[in-house]
Design a protein. Structure first.
Length: 305
């Protein structure tokens, strides 16, 4: 973008200089006037990304009123030309948006953030923010930073969804948003104190600003399809969980009941969980064995559960 801008500016300045020299030569008493060094400037522009200020020794000698008037006129036209180039040089808005998913009260919820600034100030929207080139090495880093800074929540899984772009998705101008979905255990209720964050049932998360409805729908479809042949639902639970809790998570995500014995048999065949030695759940009167995922990251298998 910077190189393109420099080339455009060079062409305009050279055109201005040539016009200035041609006009100056036609004016009485100015035949001996030394022309501006357009060739020198062109050579300099090829060797650097921008123009440096000329020293006073190379400046054009003081011109009479005719030359001064023409200079002002040509400069005005130069600025008008540059302003007309502006739409071609506008940088698009680059952001990240995150669909924060959690399991609460036996239903999938999405965590939304109330916007503080325009556009759509005061409305609930997906957690998102600008990509900071000086701070973020990637859009994944930007998404993780936005989650950390704006919610303080800890997610267990963060995956890229797709890019949404266009000139009609944001009233501020042409924008592109790299969308992610994140899975995490049910946060503590204190996370929603103050009203900035809200946990909304996934099916009720509609009428969101920008194109966030489309992002949520795409994320829900993606992880629901992937959950059938991966350990993705386990990331809605704490790192240690019971098998009934894991089965319940799969049932919510898949939208259907699973046979308990068949579920346990498949877990054993696929070897996707491992018992935590000496760890028992104390939620019920009858302690249950705690398990963890056998692999640190998400694992996929060749058949559905």
């Amino acid at each position: 973008m910077q190189l393109s801008t420099t080339r455009h500016t060079t062409i305009i300045c050279l055109s201005f200089i040539d016009t200035f020299n041609a006009t100056a030569k036609r004016m009485p008493g100015n035949h001996e006037r030394k022309p501006l060094g357009s060739a020198k400037i062109l050579d300099h522009s090829r060797r650097s990304s921008g123009f440096r200020k000329h020293s006073r020794k190379s400046a054009v000698p003081p011109a009479d009123r005719s030359i001064a008037a023409f200079t002002l006129f040509a400069t005005r036209n130069l600025l008008v030309t540059i302003s007309r180039m502006k739409p071609d040089l506008i940088r698009p808005i680059l952001t990240v948006d995150v669909v924060l998913l959690t399991l609460q009260e036996g239903r999938m919820h999405v965590v939304l953030l109330r916007r503080e600034h325009q556009p759509h100030a005061g409305r609930l929207a997906l957690v998102g923010g600008y990509v900071r080139a000086e701070q973020d090495e990637s859009t994944s880093d930007a998404a993780a930073r936005v989650i950390r800074e704006k919610t303080g929540l800890k997610v267990r899984l963060l995956e890229q969804l797709m890019t949404f772009s266009g000139n009609d998705r944001d009233p501020r101008g042409w924008s592109a948003s790299v969308a992610y979905y994140a899975l995490m255990p049910s946060p503590d209720s204190s996370a929603f104190d103050g009203g900035r964050l809200a946990s909304v049932p996934l099916r009720e998360a509609k009428g969101l600003p920008f194109d966030h409805d489309a992002i949520v729908a795409k994320a829900a479809d993606r992880w629901r399809r992937r959950a059938a042949y991966s350990t993705l639902p386990a990331f809605l639970l704490p790192p240690q969980f019971t098998l009934p809790e894991l089965r319940a998570a799969y049932e919510v995500v898949l939208g259907r009941a699973l046979n308990d014995s068949a579920f346990r048999r498949k877990l054993g065949e696929l070897r996707i969980v491992a018992p935590v030695e000496g760890a028992k759940s104390i939620v019920t009167d009858r302690p249950a064995q705690l398990y963890r995922l056998a692999a640190a990251g998400i694992a996929e298998f060749d058949r559905t559960l």
